[in-house]
Design a protein around this ligand. Structure first.
Ligand code: FES
Length: 371
């Protein structure tokens, strides 16, 4: 039980400055101080960012929006970025990144969590996390950005790809963005359309916003769009050639958008972000390789198919990581010898000293890495 109310936790951050100085000079250990602080409140820490859950709200049949209030160590973020989240289950530290659907002043943020049957973090957040619980927050990352000029915007989302785009859309409309915006969201079924009531209300309130959904697996109402992304779905989008296009979703969806974009030869800008881990290329036959983790003094038998991150974890190592999709760079490690293959492009890299991202690199030969 907390000895202090959470309302005090943010205010205490600045008062902890003398303790930070003592830690910086090596006179105290941060872990010892944190052990005492968390007795006062589970979200109180010297430097680490913890947040309390203040609201849970279902925004689709399979998607929950969580409102989090961070402690005073929160570093800020931009709408559209992703936030790394940590929790401990049965003594194991788990981590997963979620898109920020809102970034508000004083450390109040919202994230959306989609049900993933195979995941360990998302099912826990959906089924067991309660208002008042505390989570640790990690770094934020993500490059999607809203245009600074009043230029038309086309938002293309598939599945949970709606979440970073919604974060940017909410912020832009709140700041008075008045150029035309079209949001097209692809989902399998009607009940997976996220934030419907809010988007319809925004559409009624802002004449420059048009929202459409396309159902990819079930019948739609007359006049509604159906099927996967296709250029024909954009016939109603005015001034398409002047729009900034932002697309987010699974890798296959993003690849379709990129192909359409190249074929259409549009002069504007395209920004994309893929959510899913790259699909293994079928043209590389399975081989056994040796992995050397130099700093850990470990050698292991591995294969040339799975990522170095997965294979290091399978051998008991715990490399630092974030998105597991090649985006955040937190798993970057130095290649010491051998050849690795980029799982996204198939490109080979063999220069010793080269930084590689473990989550999207597979060994192509025997490999030594600085891990
Ligand atoms: S974990 Fe994010 S780039 Fe590898």
């Amino acid at each position: 039980m907390a000895l202090l109310p959470f309302a005090w936790v943010r205010g205490l951050a600045s008062l902890l400055y003398p303790l930070r100085m003592l830690v910086a000079h090596g006179w105290l250990r941060e872990s010892d101080i944190d052990a005492g602080l968390k007795l006062l409140h589970p979200a109180l820490r010297l430097n680490r960012v913890f947040a309390q859950v203040t609201q849970r709200q279902w925004v689709a049949d399979d998607m929950l929006e969580l409102t989090l209030q961070a402690n005073g160590n929160w570093y800020g973020a931009q709408p559209g970025q992703h936030l790394q989240l940590y929790l401990e289950r049965d003594g194991v530290r788990l981590s997963r990144s979620y898109s920020l659907t809102a970034v508000q002043p004083k450390g109040r943020v919202q994230i959306a969590v989609k049900h993933q049957a195979a995941g360990r973090v998302s099912p826990y957040l959906l089924e067991h996390l309660e208002v008042g619980d505390v989570l640790e927050l990690g770094p934020v990352y993500g490059e999607l950005s809203w245009p600074e000029a009043q230029q038309g915007v086309l938002l293309l989302a598939a599945g949970s790809g709606i979440t970073p785009l919604l974060g940017m859309l909410r912020a832009a409309l709140a700041q008075g963005f008045s150029a035309p915006i079209t949001l097209l969201h692809y989902v399998r079924e009607q009940g997976q359309r996220g934030f419907v009531a809010e988007l319809q209300a925004l559409q009624a309130q802002h004449s420059n916003l048009q929202v459409r959904w396309s159902l990819t697996a079930a019948g739609a109402e007359p006049g509604a769009l159906t099927g996967r992304f296709a250029g024909e779905h954009l016939t109603e989008v005015t001034q398409l050639d002047q729009r900034r296009v932002l697309a987010c979703g699974p890798a296959g969806f993003v690849a379709q958008v990129q192909q359409w974009w190249q074929a259409a030869s549009l002069p504007g800008a395209l920004q994309v972000e893929a959510f899913t881990t790259p699909v293994l290329r079928a043209d590389v036959s399975l081989r056994e390789v040796r992995l050397g983790f130099t700093r850990s003094h470990q050698q292991a038998t591995a294969n040339n198919q799975l990522s170095l991150l997965e294979q290091a974890e399978a051998h008991g190592l715990q490399p630092v990581h974030g998105c597991r999709q090649g985006i955040c760079a937190s798993c970057t490690c130095t290649l010491l010898s051998g050849t690795v293959r980029d799982l996204r492009s198939g490109a080979l890299f063999s220069e010793p000293g080269q930084p590689i991202r473990l989550c999207v690199s597979a060994p192509h030969s025997d490999v030594e890495i600085d891990l």
